[in-house]
Design a protein around this ligand. Structure first.
Ligand code: GLC
Length: 525
């Protein structure tokens, strides 16, 4: 039987920004629970919740001080239990974030570890003596800066490693006790009924024990995308055995922040490591047909032969929203939705993209994130009132642009809205095995004389599962285009879904309007 995570569409919720019920301007778990009906009505199959664990919030929850408790700003363990139960009652899966590479410096484990060189937990983190010249142990650079990934602990005279903030010391997965303790945190949540985990920068957990310098020509870049080690695969196999020991298909999707899809592919293992991995190169691709054609072909080439199931992401809590990145008006975001929801693989939506949200403009005095990612974390507007359905009109970050119109209530009522387009796409996907699990055949429409021609306007592909077949055509340009050549085998094609709602239900004319993307199905009978 096809496991749920292959056919599912997952909806990422950043809990601080989804909905606030207790008046502090920060979203909470109860806010998520009360809006699960939105996720279900949209037609997604589950949620991924960014961290809600106890945390001093130096990295807004990705610095965990207790893996097995809820931070009071988000609620209580009872709240998460209720949320999981309600989600399951709506047939929604619940995937939670798990941050295995580092804890908070306030975690009792790190407090113990830094208390003395002989502490039993010293080796749970990565400690090293200063270099012979008295400086940092190697040339690794931490994220979001040009600063070393090392901080000297004056009291004990050693440096500790942190690939992110100094408040996020790296855990030492080479230590078997630490591994057991971390696996216990997974067990805690598996027992509570979660369906899976999104594993934060999980490719970082295995490290070369000799901690060699990064190559000179890359010196100055963050170590994060450079860490690709066999030890990680060993730890992932242990994790997989644990997940498989629970009933139901408990799933792990890895944030494997490597910039080569062929490297990402190795984290699926031999179907004995991660079930899914994020593939970030497409997220960084510009909105150009020839670039996307190449990304799709590459994912098929690198993952297909391994039987590794692809994933597709356009936006998340770490990057400017794709509506903002691609520029222009909403038209490109609409066409991108057709692409995202019809490619072969598991799509991840980021809350708010179904409203076509842009990043908020965050004034300098309201910037709070050390990585400068505030814009994409703006609060979700639920309605057109001044507080947009939150319990205050002044949440922790400013509202995204145009929230008076770009909100769930207004868009739900409008059949021509981008929100309605997302619902129609999700419904089409759900009713079509071809779209959910079918093979993909990418049409080669490039000009043979110049395959990298940036003017190349259309990406087209067929999805097929037995007799069920769909054609998808995406016009990446603001010019109309004739695409008859893109349709394999002719056929009597009907526009099932279009970015241009008034084209739906009619025979396909053979051309696309500016920025139009369509899903075509064969006329029945
Ligand atoms: C991942 C998260 C990001 C976080 C970082 C450190 O990249 O997505 O939000 O800051 O890891 O945990």
């Amino acid at each position: 039987m096809t496991p749920w995570w292959k056919t599912a569409v997952l909806y990422q919720i950043y809990p601080r920004s989804f909905a606030d019920t207790d008046g502090d301007g920060i979203g909470d778990l109860e806010g998520v629970r009360r809006h699960l009906d939105h996720v279900a009505a949209l037609g997604a199959d589950g949620i991924w919740l960014s961290p809600f664990f106890r945390s001093p919030m130096a990295d807004f929850g990705y610095d965990v001080s207790d893996y097995c408790d809820v931070d009071p700003v988000f609620g209580t363990l009872d709240d998460i239990d209720r949320l999981i139960a309600d989600a399951h009652a709506l047939d929604l899966k619940v995937v939670i974030d798990w941050v295995p590479n580092h804890s908070s410096d306030q975690h009792p484990w790190f407090q113990a570890s830094r208390s003395g060189r002989d502490d039993p937990k010293r080796d749970w983190y990565v400690w090293r003596d200063p270099s012979p010249t008295g400086g940092v142990p190697n040339n690794w650079i931490r994220s979001w800066s040009d600063q070393p990934a090392w901080t000297l602990d004056d009291a004990t005279g050693q440096y500790y490693l942190h690939c992110f903030l100094p408040e996020q010391p790296d855990l030492n997965w080479a230590n078997p006790e630490l591994r057991t303790a971390m696996l216990d945190t997974l067990r805690f949540w598996l027992d509570r009924g979660v369906d899976g985990f999104r594993m934060d920068v999980v490719h970082l957990i295995g490290k070369d024990a000799t901690l060699p310098d990064d190559p000179e020509d890359l010196a100055g870049l963050s170590h994060v995308p450079l860490n690709h080690r066999p030890e990680t695969h060993e730890y992932l196999r242990e994790i997989r055995v644990l997940l498989d020991s629970f009933p139901g298909d408990r799933m792990a999707v890895g944030e494997v922040y490597l910039l080569d899809t062929a490297d990402v592919a190795t984290y699926y293992g031999d179907d004995d490591e991660l079930h899914l991995n994020f593939n970030f190169p497409p997220l960084h691709a510009p909105w150009l047909a020839h670039k996307w054609h190449r990304q799709i072909a590459r994912a098929e080439r690198e993952l297909g032969p391994l039987g590794a199931w692809p994933t597709w992401v356009l936006s998340n809590h770490d990057n400017p929203r794709h509506r903002t990145r691609y520029g222009g008006d909403e038209a490109r975001a609409r066409a991108a939705a057709v692409l995202l929801l019809t490619l072969r693989g598991t799509p991840f939506l980021y809350a708010g993209e179904e409203l076509g949200l842009e990043d908020a403009i965050v004034p300098a005095d309201r910037i709070v994130d050390p990585g400068g990612r505030d814009g994409c974390r703006a609060p979700m507007p639920w309605d057109a009132t001044p507080s947009h359905g939150w319990s205050t009109d002044d949440p922790w970050l400013p509202w995204p642009p145009d929230a008076d119109h770009r909100n769930v209530a207004d868009q739900s009522a409008d059949p021509a809205s981008i929100l309605s387009l997302y619902s129609r796409l999700l419904a089409a996907r759900r009713s079509s095995p071809a779209l959910q699990v079918g093979a993909i055949t990418l049409a080669d429409l490039a000009d043979p004389a110049d395959p990298a021609d940036p003017a190349f306007p259309v990406v087209a592909y067929e999805r097929r599962d037995g007799d069920d077949v769909r054609q998808v055509l995406v016009n990446f340009t603001a010019e109309p285009v004739v695409v008859t050549d893109a349709l394999a085998g002719g056929g009597d094609w009907i526009v099932e879904v279009s970015t241009h709602v008034d084209h739906e239900g009619s025979p396909f004319t053979g051309s696309l309007d500016a920025d139009e993307a369509v899903v075509l199905s064969l006329r029945q009978g």
